[in-house]
Design a protein around this ligand. Sequence first.
Ligand SMILES: Cc1cc2nc3c(=O)[nH]c(=O)nc-3n(C[C@H](O)[C@H](O)[C@H](O)COP(=O)(O)O)c2cc1C
Length: 184
Amino acid sequence: MHVLVIQSSPNYDGLTAACANAAIAGIEAAGGTAENVRLTDLDLASCRQCGDGWGGCLSEHICDGIDDDFQALHEAAIAADALAMVTPVYWGDLSESHKCFMDRLRRCEASLGVDSRLAGKPVLLVAAAGGGGGGMMSCLSNMERWAQHVRMQPADLIGIKRITRDHKLEAIRAAGETMVRQSR
Ligand SMILES: Cc1cc2nc3c(=O)[nH]c(=O)nc-3n(C[C@H](O)[C@H](O)[C@H](O)COP(=O)(O)O)c2cc1C
């Protein structure tokens, strides 16, 4: 199983990066392969709401409104067997870069309904929050709703904050491992 692990903190050694590394360790322990994608290193613009609100995302199921790194990442997501979305919690929501990417991906795939090219694939959803952890649940809830729209299967939804770091990192590693093992 090949898993795209998509993370969206600019910090290379922060909590989000640790969560992504834990997921990768679990995936690889189960014999899967993981590709680490850092959204903040990419050129990804917000959806431009082409036309009357829909553009090529509805008619062709591709984003033809903006030419940036989205197209290659969209193809990689379709080619992968599973995804892991690992976002820091910002304002009780996903990070801006993660929201940007997931919004455009949703338009292209949710518009295919049951034929979404992500349909039935597992997705591990992780929200990495700050000290208090306020807004962790709304962030996870928004990610769950996204998974419903693109018809992916949440392998797990895990919230983590500074004081739960150790046991939640272990849970993320185990979730990555279980996701690969259950695909056999
Ligand atoms: C713009 C911004 C908004 C944030 N909003 C929240 C929030 O709503 N709730 C929360 O618990 N932490 C919030 N945080 C803290 C981050 O979620 C936290 O620092 C997270 O662990 C960042 O991950 P990193 O160490 O990988 O960068 C916010 C941080 C930033 C920069």
